[in-house]
Design a protein around this ligand. Structure first.
Ligand code: ADP
Ligand code: ADP
Length: 229
């Protein structure tokens, strides 16, 4: 069974046709990188996969469960699909630890004690245990993004989506975030990443997808993709 199955997806923003007949099947454990010019629909596609965006045509299945256009079953998807954004979207008034605990408590009904165990476990995985009690503003952008990744992992998702996770970072902070993503890939996580980091794509992706003007133009193994025609 596919982790993500996108069939003939269509998306319009008013008169703007953002996704045109997009089909894509991603098997469990696969790492897919989506690249392409700005405005080509990458973010729209990945947001549809998380139920953040509705769609107007086609079908989308997450772990076999249908996600229907306007009446998408959000709760189900959000439990199985973690998402990391370009901007970290941490709660500025909550400590790092509390940022991690909130979704397990509110969305998964965990007790505070259970949520804290999860939070400390994933904070250790992104090597930020020493920063648990700090506010997001007191740590670097790269550290904030690692917190955002840990926060998504606290929901124990089966699939992780990344939408340009390093694009808002200073160059010297990009590697620490990519390192966390490489480790996730080694652990066997199913990953879909919109990124311009071609070194990451080359070394981690099973497959690279190139989008332009709302369509998938190429889908290939990284070696073939970077070799060109
Ligand atoms: P990419 O991630 O490849 O840069 P996006 O999926 O963000 O592309 O956007 C695709 C196109 O759809 C862009 O032209 C963008 O301006 C437009 N778009 C994205 N979101 C909206 C929205 N909420 N309303 C109107 N247009 C949008
Ligand atoms: P990011 O680069 O972090 O993905 P964007 O600037 O692409 O952020 O988009 C931020 C928000 O604005 C998204 O919710 C997106 O759907 C929306 N958006 C993007 N382009 C347009 C547009 N042309 N008109 C209206 N909303 C848009």
């Amino acid at each position: 069974r596919a982790a993500i199955d996108v069939r003939a997806l269509e998306k319009h923003y008013g008169s703007y046709h953002a996704l045109k007949d997009v089909s894509l099947t991603i098997a469990p454990g696969r790492r897919v990188v989506i690249c392409g010019p700005s405005g080509s629909g990458k973010s729209t596609l990945i947001r549809c996969m998380n139920g953040l965006e509705s769609f107007d045509g086609g079908e989308l299945f997450v772990n076999g469960a249908p996600v229907h256009g306007k009446s998408r079953s959000l709760d189900l998807i959000r439990r199985e699909v973690g998402m990391v954004f370009q901007h970290f979207n941490l709660f500025p008034h909550l400590s790092v630890l509390k940022n991690l605990m909130i979704a397990p408590i509110k969305v998964r009904g965990k007790s505070k004690a259970e949520a804290e165990i999860l939070a400390r476990f994933y904070l250790e995985r992104v090597k930020l245990s020493d920063h648990a009690d700090k506010l997001p503003s007191a740590i670097s952008g790269g550290q904030q993004q690692r917190v955002a990744i840990a926060r998504a992992l606290c929901m124990e998702p089966k699939i992780m989506l990344f939408d340009e996770p390093t694009s808002a970072l200073d160059p010297e902070m990009i590697m620490e975030v990519l390192d966390v993503m490489v480790q996730l890939a080694k652990d066997g996580m199913t990953m879909v990443c919109v990124t311009h980091e071609m070194g990451f794509a080359r070394s981690v992706a099973d497959e690279v997808i190139f989008m332009d003007a709302g369509r998938i133009l190429e889908r290939n193994a990284p070696d073939a993709f970077f070799q060109g025609p």
